[in-house]
Design a protein around this ligand. Structure first.
Ligand code: NA7
Length: 537
């Protein structure tokens, strides 16, 4: 608005989601003058934006939690094992209210640029509201999956009906009754939408390029007894979660695949399958991640489970994956997803060999020239993961180097916490740290926020003003990350984890896969050795 208001802060936090709220809490406790800037009109981050039908946790609610306050944990009662978005959004509002966080958040305000001033060694940030902020530290809490791919197809703006990306879903209810609806995308998001709206729409066309392996979500409701039982486990969970492979409750505890007889393996897989959670992926057998023959066997186990529910050979061909392995993509949890395709009003349009060409005023046009007439188009087409939220801000470090340009060549960080050339910029949920399903996000984000907060305290206690990673330490981390990643099957397939869903994006596994517990230990060691690999002045 052209005003030249200026705000001077010790620290600015970008984003008021799971990480940003806790980061604000921690830095305020440490006595810093800190404010959060948030594009949305309220707190919640992912859980504010993703209000599409069927959005819910794939993490058990009682572990997708803050563990810094027993009172906070025990003051909230979940209604089921994997609650839906409205309940999650209410919970984050409860956290904001209970910790009195809202007063330090600027809502409806987007950070457009963040430039490091080498003269003052401080950051200058500009908002879309014309506010200038001068801050010593910048902490990005922008989320791993928060930059939606909203403009995937030519002609989208010519469409006469309604068109929504799932991560920009309107607050007002969408009326599906009698409507011809098309959905593009059947990842974790698309699956949740499809199974939820199939019986509410007139006709549903699912434009499917790659079928998904699935895990049946078992989602019991919680009564007083279940709630009391998980609340009793607060200390145990707080102690164990940070040291597991994936920040979930479960660890690999079934022994080595090779030591077991086929019937023993089968029994273990059946037990885990019947429990229904990401455990089948993240804590059945670690060999799944790197041994092709184990991956093949577990893939066949899941295909068999899918075949039991889908008997029509044509549907089986369309819905059951055959050309990649289970767990090399994110595995979605589902409830009656496959059964949605048994309804007469639901149809699969395979776009594997007949890709979508464009959106027309009437609907979706495929390469064979067919125009599929639609009233509503849903884009469940995913995100520019990991890097997108940061490259959409004009971030400039030493020598005015641009993060967008740096990361257009190669996406690198030191432990996902700092980037060479960008002093006093800390990142959470960033590339090369464990995140998004390879970590239960609350576990990893709290650990990262704690590390950053402790680092800022260390600087303060030692009368230091600036911290930045050395190039060597960043190189070492990238190499360590790649060494582990390249042994896994995840790097041999295409998915957002590898950046392959965004044209031209440098290819690298975006999430650290060495394990959450191991990552934490490495971060702690660096801190204990007076921030080895970082220069402080
Ligand atoms: P994903 O997992 O990236 O899924 C995107 C889906 O959109 C996937 O099925 C894609 O098919 C499909 N897609 C994208 N572009 C096209 C085009 N041009 N044509 C056809 N189909 C297309 O995003 P989600 O939102 O489901 O999940 C992201 C993460 O959020 C999830 O993993 C959880 O961690 C939470 P493709 O597989 O590329 O053939």
């Amino acid at each position: 608005n052209g005003s030249s208001e200026r705000l001077t802060l010790d620290a600015i936090v970008i984003g008021a989601g799971v990480a940003g709220l806790y980061q604000l809490y921690r830095l305020r406790e440490q006595g810093l003058k800190v404010k959060v800037f948030e594009t949305a009109s309220n707190v919640g981050g992912t859980w504010y934006w993703n209000r599409y039908p069927g959005a819910r946790f794939d993490s058990e609610a009682y572990i997708y939690q803050y563990f810094f306050s027993e009172d906070l944990y025990k003051g909230w009662s979940w209604s089921e094992r994997f609650p839906a978005q409205p309940e999650i959004e209410r919970w984050l509002n409860y956290v904001a209210d209970r910790c009195d966080l809202r007063k330090d958040v600027y809502f409806n305000t987007t950070i457009k640029s963040a430039h490091f001033n080498e003269g003052t060694e401080r950051w200058i940030l500009e908002t879309d509201a014309g506010l200038t902020i001068d801050a010593q530290f910048v902490i990005t809490c922008c989320g791993m999956l928060s930059a939606p791919l909203t403009s995937t197809f030519a002609g989208q703006d010519t469409f006469k009906g309604q068109l929504f990306h799932t991560a920009r879903w309107p607050k007002e209810p969408v009326d599906f009754s009698g409507k011809r609806v098309g959905i593009i995308g059947n990842g974790a998001t698309g699956i949740q939408v499809i199974q939820t709206i199939a019986d509410k729409v007139g006709h549903l066309k699912v434009f499917m390029r790659t079928p998904q392996y699935i895990i049946a979500m078992r989602n019991p409701k919680y009564g007083n007894e279940e709630v009391a039982a998980y609340k009793d486990r607060f200390h145990e969970l707080a102690k164990t979660l940070p040291h597991t492979f994936s920040g979930f409750e479960y660890s690999f505890e079934n022994g080595a695949w090779a030591d077991l007889l086929p019937e023993q393996r089968r029994e273990i897989l059946e037990t885990i399958w019947n429990d229904g959670s990401l455990k089948l992926w993240l804590a059945s057998f670690s060999e799944l991640f790197y041994d092709q023959s184990v991956c093949d066997e577990i893939s066949e186990f899941v295909r068999e489970k899918m075949r039991e529910r889908i008997t029509d050979p044509k549907l089986r061909d369309l819905l059951i994956p055959s050309d990649y392995g289970f767990g090399t993509h994110r595995v979605p949890l589902e409830t009656n997803y496959l059964e949605a395709y048994l309804q007469p009003n639901v149809e699969i349009v395979s776009v594997k060999n007949n890709p979508i060409e464009c959106v027309t005023p009437e609907g979706i046009k495929t390469a064979d020239g067919t125009v599929h007439a639609l009233d509503i188009i849903i884009l469940a087409t995913g995100f520019d993961a990991g890097s997108g939220a940061l490259t959409r801000i004009d971030i400039r470090g030493r020598g005015a180097r641009s993060l967008k340009e740096d990361w257009s060549r190669d996406i690198r960080t030191n432990m996902g916490l700092q980037i060479y050339g960008y002093p006093n910029l800390f990142t959470t949920g960033a590339p090369l740290a464990p995140s998004a399903a390879l970590c239960n996000m609350t576990t990893c984000l709290q650990q990262q926020v704690d590390w950053i907060s402790n680092c800022i305290k260390y600087l303060h206690d030692n009368n230091l003003k600036v911290i930045e990673t050395t190039k060597e330490a960043e190189d070492q981390w990238v190499k360590h990350h790649d060494d582990i990643a390249n042994k896994t099957l995840m790097t041999k397939t295409n998915s957002w984890y590898m950046g392959s869903n965004v044209e031209g994006k440098p290819r690298r596994l975006l999430s650290y896969i060495g394990g959450v517990g191991a990552y934490r230990q490495k971060c702690d060691e660096v801190a204990a050795e007076a921030y080895r690999g970082f220069i402080m002045s």
